[in-house]
Design a protein around this ligand. Structure first.
Ligand code: SF4
Length: 357
């Protein structure tokens, strides 16, 4: 078993799909919030506001028209996409259409995988997906009666594996090993294990099932990693499929990598991309004429009675902003279209930092 940075583990390498995810080079296309299994998957991480909603998101942005998907792919210089939900097989025509759209625009090599719980997977739906150009299917299937659908997808030429949460406890670990054996028997390619995570939407249920947070992590569940190690050892010894453990920290890292890919492309003239993939700028408020004076002297953009200015320039003129009696702050935002604010550093904080330097 090979140790990777951030606590990831793998057995016998990984798929092209995983490699691209690892580098944050895949856009995440959320095609529906509907899923028939919300009651049956107590660990489901889908946020409450997305559940059962008929909505499409690309990365953290809403999709209003299909060009939004292409634009996002360009902004993060994507090399592929992961189609997720909810349950994507509930909206197969939409999925097929998006796959065609992306393949037409970025070529056959643009790698697309889809997650599914196998709900509406059958011969005709698989035919539609293969015709559209889907490359890989990651099944999330505990129910043995559905495993034949994994084989069906494999027989139709898809690159196939399973993606499952690594849930501590004998019963869950046994099921994961049985699934790994089945994948091996049919010559499927991989099993990905995701560290079980607490989210606001699953917290109550996980706690009531006896799961507890891992002390050194904000979200990971205690012993989920150990459960994955147990299953990976089994995969290594008893099967010839690839095994991979994706820790909660890795998912956070993937999001940061996507932000980094995006921030350089979307930065406005007053925003500076940070090493964390975020954007930072200075914001000054006060009487119009004083703002106009600063604008003439130092540039920036006047918007909604504020001056938005390069963060370095803001730091440089922080004393002057204070002397002029203006309100100022540095604002750090995530590089999504709606520029969600991550942190704010008041003028006094900036001045204190400058004095300490
Ligand atoms: S199948 Fe997936 S999306 Fe549906 S409830 Fe289970 S974990 Fe959530």
């Amino acid at each position: 078993m090979e140790e990777l940075p951030l606590g990831a583990l793998r057995v016998r390498g990984w798929s092209r799909g995983c490699d691209l995810c690892w580098r944050g080079a895949k856009l995440v296309l959320f095609v529906t919030g509907k899923c028939p299994l919300y009651e049956r998957c107590p660990y489901c991480t889908i946020s409450n506001w997305r559940r059962n909603k008929n909505l499409v998101m690309v990365d953290e942005n809403p999709v209003r028209k299909e060009e939004d998907i292409i634009r996002e792919a360009e902004l993060i210089s994507a090399l592929g996409a992961g189609i997720t939900g909810g349950e994507p097989s509930l909206v197969l025509h939409k999925v097929a259409h998006y796959i065609e759209l992306l393949k037409d625009r970025f070529g056959k090599g643009f790698h697309i995988h889809m997650y599914t719980n196998a709900w509406k997977i059958n011969e005709s739906s698989l035919k539609m997906l293969i015709k559209a150009g889907l490359d890989e299917i990651r099944f999330h299937v505990w129910d043995k009666r559905l495993w034949k659908k994994v084989k069906m997808a494999l027989d139709m030429g898809f690159y196939v594996g399973a993606e499952m949460p690594s849930i501590p406890g004998k019963k869950w670990i046994r099921s994961l090993k049985e699934l790994a054996s089945y994948l091996d028997k049919i010559d499927a390619s991989f099993m990905n294990l995701n560290e079980l995570e607490f989210t606001p939407s699953n917290r109550k249920r996980l706690l009531s099932m006896g799961f507890r947070p891992k002390p050194d992590s904000e979200v990971a569940v205690l012993e989920s990693r150990e459960a994955a190690i147990d299953v990976l050892r089994f995969i290594e010894k008893e099967t010839s499929i690839m095994g991979y453990f994706c820790p909660a920290l890795q998912k956070e890292y993937q999001v940061r990598m996507r932000w980094t890919r995006r921030s350089g492309n979307v930065a406005r003239e007053y925003e500076i991309p940070t090493d964390e993939g975020t954007l930072i700028y200075g914001e000054v408020q006060g009487p119009k004429e004083t703002l106009m004076y600063l604008y003439t002297e130092y540039g920036g953009i006047l918007r909604e009675e504020k001056l938005l200015i390069d963060a370095y320039k803001f730091q440089e003129i922080a004393e002057e902003i204070k002397d002029l009696g203006l309100i100022g702050r540095l604002v750090e935002v995530i590089p999504t279209d709606n520029r969600k604010v991550l942190q704010v550093f008041p003028l006094d904080f900036v001045l204190r930092e400058k004095t300490d330097e």
